[in-house]
Every structure is written in C-alpha cells, then in structure tokens.
Design a binder for this molecule. Structure first.
Ligand code: NAI
Ligand code: MG
Length: 490
C-alpha cells in the first residue's frame, strides 16, 4: 500500500491560453510554445505565445479595471476579502497545485507541498490583511493650511517572474499589488507558465473582477519587452538575472516607469569554529541544495574557519551523499532536475571550470542518470576567491568551500562581490554575529539559520542584487504613490 502512494498521479493541465480581461484567449499570432517536463524532457503542453498585440490587450484591460472599473470603486476591506478567498481556493487545491508546480518546474513534491504552497497562501493572507490598513498622515505645516497625505495605488503594474518558484513569485507580486489597489499584467517565465495560469483561474473564481489580473505567457524579449515598453504601464516589478534587469532599466527609461528588481546573488555562508557544527552543516546543505540550487539567495560561497575545515567538509559530504535525486512526483525524492537544458548546460560548464581552475571536487561533478536535466549534488573544496565558481552565480547544486582564519579579512572577502542579496553566519559568539550583521552589505542576514522566509520580513538586495524590497511593509510601499493634499484654511 505504501508503494501505491509513493508517487503522486500526474496532474491535469487545465489552462494554457492568455488570461486577459477575464477571458481565455489564444495568442493574437496563433503561436504557441512548449512547456517541458524537466524530469523526462517531454512536452507537457503547448501554451499560447503572447507578444506585443496580446500585451496591448492585457494592458487595456488592466487600465480599464484600474481607471474606471469596479476595482477602483471597491472598498479596501472588500478587496482584502477577495484576496483571502483566493488564498482559500488555493488551499482547497493545494495537492493538485503542488503536483502541477512539480511537474512544470521539476522540484520535488515534498518541497512544493511543504514550502512553495504554504508560503504562497501565507503571502496572500498577509497582504489581504493590509488592504484596509493603508493610509497616509496629517502633517503640521507652516501657515494656516491643512496638509494630509494619501497612499494611492501606483496603477497598472507589469510583473515579470522567473521559473524557480513560479507560484510563490506570483504571490509575492500579486499580494502587495492587489492590497494596494493596483491592477496587474503578469508575464510568467516561459519554462513554467502553468501554475500562474491556474492561479489566474482561481482569482476569477474568488470574485476578483475581470481585468484586475491578466496573464500573458511568452518569451522575455517579446512579451516581456512589450510590457516593459508599454506607455500604459506605470511600474515594472521584475525577478530574474541582473543582465535582464539592465535591459529592462534601459527600455523603461523612455516612460520613466517605477522599477523594483529582485536579482541574483553569490551569498556568503560563514561557519566559525565555535558553531554547532552539525546544525551548521545541515543548514549549509539546505542553504545551497534546496530547490536544486536554483535560489537567488543560495549560500554558494561557504567560508569555513581553518580549524574545523576538514571535519566540516566531511559532514557536508555525508549530507550531500544522502540527497536522493529522482522523479519530482515521487514523495521520497529530495532532488529534482534543473529547470531546462540551458540551466543544465550552464551548470555542467561551471563544474568543468571548477575542475580546470584547480578546485577539488569532493563529491558529484557529473550529470545524474541519462534522462532529464539532473545534476549530481556537487561540492568543490579548496576554492579560492578568484575562481569563477567563487564569483559567478551558478544557480545549480554546486557548492564552493573556501577557508578563512582572520575575521576582518573574512568580512572583506564576504563583501568582495557585486552582489548583496543574503549572507549567513554560524557561531555561538554573539559579538561576532552582530559584527557580521552590521558589516556585511546584503539585504538579508541569517544567524544560525538559512533560508528563513516570512511574508512579513522584507527581502531584496544591496548593490546589483536588486532595487527596493519585496514582502513586509516595504514590499507594500513599493506599490503605492504618496499624494500630498493641502487645503487653505484662511
Ligand atoms: P531571466 O532574467 O532572463 O528571466 C527571468 C524572466 O525575465 C523570465 O520571465 C523571462 O522571460 C524574462 N525576460 C527575459 N528577458 C527579458 C527582456 N529582455 N525583457 C523583459 N523580460 C525578460 O533569467 P533566465 O534566463 O531564466 O536565467 C538566467 C540566469 O539568471 C540563471 O542562471 C540565474 O543565474 C539567474 N536567475 C536568477 C533568478 C532569481 O531569482 N534572482 C531567477 C532566475 C534566473
Ligand atoms: Mg535570460
């Protein structure tokens, strides 16, 4: 009986078209693209390939819903209720959505069921609670005037997301936008459009008015680029590679759109000799290998204090050996395939670079199996700061271990990157922990933990890891404009 339940049944794909103004539409060009199961390299479904004509329709629908539609007249509290209803509907379909996410992205079902889905639901509920608590201030100004501020929605927002957490990124983007009263045109990643489309269907079922949420699947430079350039869009919120963000910034310059970016990282994860080494090893393993290493905040530079280096690397090796690559819908699988051929090729090329540059591969270092985009959990030891595996974001299950002995030098090395997304330190020394938190230039610092996320805790990057913050109150503010009103009382 246990074996019968071991593997989840493959979920049905219900939605593959553009969702515009509450209607399911084929792309204007009639073109489609394939979304592929990364575990088998087989096509799951053909999906409408949106382009500028579809983006035009979607922006029109979003504009109408924002400027004159029911969304603009709805009480804030009612908006919050609809968001909670959407969260409820996702919860009712949690198993099916988790399976669909695992099918399209390749992540193990145990992860999508335990992490992606609960975090998605929690994010929507968190922001639903904000909908009726967004307000300005009354401000004492000189003279006989009454001045107050209003926090108004920024308008129509274009949201472009990647493939590593398709549902969760949808929630991170929709949550604050809907709470603030914005309307949305979303372009999901071409690798993983299916769960976002399902969520759009659930939003409609929840009663969110037509035109408030529009989803146009398609490629980056075409559908994404049209959204970025569209004069009817007030803001772009983007998650992905910093090079893409540079293109977006240039293309958004014409209409001076508001921009928020959540980009990549090369996050330092530092283990001091006084740490609880078993806990640190477990957290380090999780901090890099979770989600097949496809995390913007992956702890990909593991700095280990000299004195405990050998012992710690042994622990890491044992943990990596325990990872179980396998079919994503198998409940025992703890590592799935990479998302696509391009990522798979990129990761294998970095593994080759690591070997050629003289790092010591202590485990893994090859593809896993001969079907699907699987890469063995890989650890490189004796990595030095100038090696490309220590500098570039690999976005795969490849860990680089570096040594350190001097604390001030360590802080310098941790900061020696154009990224600044996250950093972690494992220690029992509270002074060291605070010193690290103060001196490392990164948007998130974890002490004796890794990858602890909460809808209430702001997340984003220093330096080239991003602009602005998502989640928490900061995340909400990124979807509002402040309007100052002054009344002459004389
Ligand atoms: P990407 O940044 O190209 O793609 C992310 C999203 O942007 C997708 O929806 C894509 O269609 C869209 N996009 C691409 N070009 C665009 C353009 N010119 N205008 C508007 N939208 C555009 O990332 P990609 O190619 O999937 O992955 C490349 C590398 O980026 C990865 O290997 C990884 O290092 C990094 N990455 C970082 C992520 C993060 O969470 N910070 C997520 C995904 C990738
Ligand atoms: Mg790209």
């Amino acid at each position: 009986m246990a074996t019968a339940l071991k593997t989840i049944r493959s979920p049905k794909v219900k939605h593959t078209e553009c969702f515009i103004g509450g209607k399911w539409l084929p792309s204007a060009s009639g073109k489609t693209f394939s979304t592929v199961d990364p575990a088998t390299e087989e096509v799951i479904a053909e999906v409408a390939e949106g382009d500028s004509a579809d983006i035009d329709l979607a922006v029109d629908a979003a504009r109408r819903a924002f400027d004159s539609g029911p969304w603009s007249r709805m009480d804030a509290r009612a908006r919050g209720r609809l968001m909670n209803r959407l969260a409820d509907l996702i919860e009712e379909e949690i198993d099916d959505l988790a399976a669909l996410e695992s099918l399209d992205n390749g992540k193990p079902i145990r992860d999508s069921r335990a992490a992606d889905l609960p975090l998605t639901i929690d994010c929507l509920r968190y922001y639903a609670g904000y909908a009726d608590k967004i307000h300005g201030a009354t401000i004492p100004v000189n003279g006989n005037y009454f001045t107050y501020t209003r926090k108004e929605p920024v308008g129509v927002v274009g949201q472009i997301i990647p493939w590593n957490f398709p549902l969760l990124m949808t929630a991170w983007k929709w949550g604050p936008a809907l709470a603030a009263g914005c309307t949305i045109v979303m372009k999901p990643a071409e690798q993983t459009p299916l769960t976002c489309l399902r969520m759009a269907a659930l939003a409609q079922e929840a009663g969110i008015p037509d035109g408030v949420i529009n989803v146009v699947p398609g490629y980056g430079p075409t559908a994404g680029g049209s959204l970025v350039k569209h004069p009817g869009v007030d803001k772009i919120a983007f998650t992905g590679e910093h090079r893409t963000a540079q293109i977006i910034m240039r293309e958004a310059a014409e209409s001076l759109k508001r921009l928020t970016f959540e980009l990549g990282g090369k996050s330092p994860n530092v283990i001091l000799a006084d740490a609880d080494l078993d806990a640190a090893a477990a957290g380090t393993d999780f901090g890099l290998f979770f989600n097949q290493g496809q995390c913007c905040c992956a702890g990909s530079r593991v700095f280990v204090e000299d004195r405990v280096h050998d012992e710690f690397v042994e622990k890491l090796k044992k943990l990596a050996a325990n990872r179980k690559p396998g079919p994503p819908l198998d409940k025992e699988t703890s590592q799935g395939p990479q998302v696509d051929q391009a990522q798979f090729d990129k990761i294998l090329s970095y593994i080759e670079k690591g070997k050629n540059e003289g790092a010591k591969c202590v485990i893994g270092g090859e593809r896993f199996g001969n079907r699907g985009y699987y890469v063995q959990p890989t650890i490189f030891d004796n990595v030095t700061d100038e090696m490309s595996i220590a500098k570039d974001e690999i976005f795969g299950p490849v860990m680089s271990v570096l040594r350190f002995s001097d604390w001030d030098d360590l802080i310098k090395r941790a900061n020696n990157t154009f990224y600044g997304l996250a950093a972690a330190v494992w220690t029992r020394n509270v002074t060291r922990a605070h010193d690290f938190a103060r001196r490392v230039r990164a948007g998130t610092i974890w002490v004796n933990c890794y990858d602890v996320f909460d809808a209430a805790a702001p997340f984003g990057g220093f330096k080239m890891s991003g602009q602005g913050r998502e989640l928490g109150e900061d995340g909400l503010r990124a979807y509002t404009e402040t309007k100052t009103v002054t009344i002459n009382l004389g």
